[in-house]
Design a protein. Structure first.
Length: 170
């Protein structure tokens, strides 16, 4: 009940937001509003009442008012449903047996929290280890024998260049 009402409420909030976005802009219905609320909409409806050229604007404004009323009603029902659910839960507390309380508190709450914390820590540690293994793999990617050969080649080139420049290096 709680999530369904919440979803319905958010859908109607989205309907209003979409309507406002669709009709926003300089020449659009909501373009002249500093703040879009029930009072400003009602005031604008009074201004354009009876004007035949503003039928489309009146329709959009009336749609916004209906969506706003529906949203307010859904929020009220949501609050009432949550209060009823809380009251039912509080009324049920004294009826719980000791094993049921232990199951709720220890098994369902504490163990679930501990399990989530442990899994999070294990993930963090395994990511750290993976990163360190990658660093080590990159560092020791080239075998020592190959590095010694490369150093010898470079040393020979340096000595050759130094010899061409007139330096003797032994």
């Amino acid at each position: 009940m709680r999530s369904f009402t919440g979803i319905t409420s958010s859908l109607h909030e989205n309907d209003n937001a979409l309507l406002e976005e669709e009709h926003s802009g300089e020449e659009a219905v909501f373009g002249g509003f500093d703040k879009i609320n029930k009072a400003s909409i009602a005031e604008r409806l009074k201004e354009i009442k009876g004007d035949k050229d503003t039928k489309d604007e009146m329709a959009v404004l009336n749609t916004w008012l209906k969506l706003s009323a529906t949203e307010a009603d859904l929020k009220k029902r949501l609050k009432e449903s949550e209060a009823a659910l809380d009251a039912a839960a509080y009324a049920h507390y004294p009826k719980l047996t000791k094993p049921e309380v232990q199951t709720l508190v220890v098994d369902d709450k504490w163990l679930a929290t501990l399990s989530a914390a442990i899994h999070g820590e294990m993930d963090r540690i395994s990511q750290g280890l993976t990163q360190r293994v990658k660093e080590l793999a990159e560092r020791y990617e080239t075998p020592v024998a190959q590095m010694v050969n490369r150093v010898s080649e470079m040393e020979a080139k340096v000595n050759q260049h130094l010899g061409k420049m007139g330096f003797a290096w032994n």
